[in-house]
Design a protein around this ligand. Structure first.
Ligand code: GLY
Length: 377
């Protein structure tokens, strides 16, 4: 079956889910107008707007989700809430010591999206500032972007950074300064050998020497332990590497995205498309992470666009199977409650909860299936 046939066969479901997203989010956009939500408390969005919470790494997803919905509907309520979130986030630039590699998650899908959709110069300025912060994290001798702050973590990289690299690719295009892209590619090359294992699984944290380009060891991160396989880390790699391919045209990144995708698909197919938090954890307790499914689905849909005709069905069908399962099992369409995708998990051992990026990636995946060309990354 080809790409178009698969879309056609699922069109009714895709349209139905998009309408449900719009119906619920046009309501939530008003109710959470001045919030920057992370999760919910008794069904209602919390807000990360106070004090240092403003630097929380997920704070771009709410504005980003609003821009996605604006891109798909053109409704003013989404634009207004997105712009409010973006202005609120200006406060975060006052806490430079707390900002880290996640400035891509925090600004690129919000200010970058705003600039792409509206041409707002203030948004461009914010995004460029974020790109400069990210570029400033490059370790010249070690040849990587340092993830977090603190002398004890000066040599640490994490797979999540792959999702922040599109900010650098964008900055090179925007400014004509090739250094942003060069650094992004150097980091992606490091992640290909440092984080991605031969079987397509991924190490969350890698510790490097800071004075030479050499890995010391891999460390346990948000998964079960050293050598295990945190599913959201695998998702960051699937989507992150295909994005590096889209922005650079370098085949090695597409091949890496495919390899990691095969690993994710093989593992989730054995649990009926519900991603475990860690693919290499003890059998009990069983713990899932819906966000890993939504992120990976976005990556798979992008991979399907770039592989040869006879490979497309494999990636697209897996993405749709995952999304249909997430929707059937864990989507909450109740308008009196603010979150949509339930059963996200922050890290191995933490309680299941709705997390804002679950809603973001689920909506992004459905928007892609609707045929939108809008790529916020
Ligand atoms: N980037 C941190 C996480 O995925 O939880």
């Amino acid at each position: 079956m080809n790409y178009e046939t698969i879309i056609r066969e699922n069109q009714q479901w895709i349209d139905e889910i998009w309408d449900k997203l719009d119906e619920k989010l046009s309501y939530t956009a008003l109710r959470s107008y001045d919030k920057i939500p992370y999760t919910t408390c008794e069904g209602i969005h919390d807000s990360c707007t106070e004090g240092e919470k403003i630097t929380w790494w997920t704070n771009g997803f709410w504005g980003g989700l609003m821009w996605l919905m604006y891109a798909g509907t053109g409704k003013e309520c989404y634009k207004a809430t997105a712009q409010k979130a973006e202005e609120t986030m200006d406060e975060a630039f006052k806490y430079m010591n707390d900002l880290h590699h996640d400035v891509g998650f925090m600004w690129h899908i919000m200010s970058g999206a705003s600039y792409q959709l509206t041409g707002d110069e203030k948004s461009m300025n914010r995004n460029l500032l974020a790109a400069q912060i990210l570029m400033g994290r490059y370790n010249i001798d070690g040849d990587f972007l340092v993830a977090w702050n603190g002398a004890d973590k000066a040599g640490w990289t994490i797979i999540d950074t792959m999702m922040n690299l599109p900010l650098l690719y964008w900055a090179s295009r925007e400014t004509g300064d090739g250094r942003f892209e060069k650094i992004a590619k150097r980091h992606a090359d490091m992640a290909m050998y440092g984080h991605v294992r031969a079987d397509g699984s991924v190490a969350h944290i890698v510790s490097h020497y800071t004075d030479k380009p050499e890995v010391i060891e891999t460390l346990a991160g948000q998964g079960y332990g050293v050598g295990s396989s945190w599913s959201r880390g695998v998702s960051w790699a699937v989507y992150g590497f295909v994005l590096s391919y889209i922005h650079t045209g370098e085949e090695k990144y597409l091949e890496t995205a495919k390899k990691v995708a095969h690993y994710f698909i093989a593992n989730t197919a054995t649990t009926k498309w519900l991603p475990l938090v860690d693919f290499r954890a003890p059998k009990e307790p069983i713990c899932y992470d819906s966000t890993a499914g939504a992120i990976t689905a976005c990556g798979l849909i992008e991979i399907a666009k770039y592989v040869p005709e006879n490979e497309k069905a494999f990636y697209l069908s897996a993405a749709i199977d995952m999304l249909r399962t997430l929707e059937r099992m864990w989507c909450n369409w109740e308008k009196s409650e603010d979150s949509i995708l339930q059963n996200g998990t922050e890290r191995y051992g933490s309680r299941p909860m709705p997390i804002i990026y679950g809603d973001y990636y689920f909506a992004e995946a459905i928007l892609k299936l609707k045929g939108s060309e809008f790529l916020p990354w």
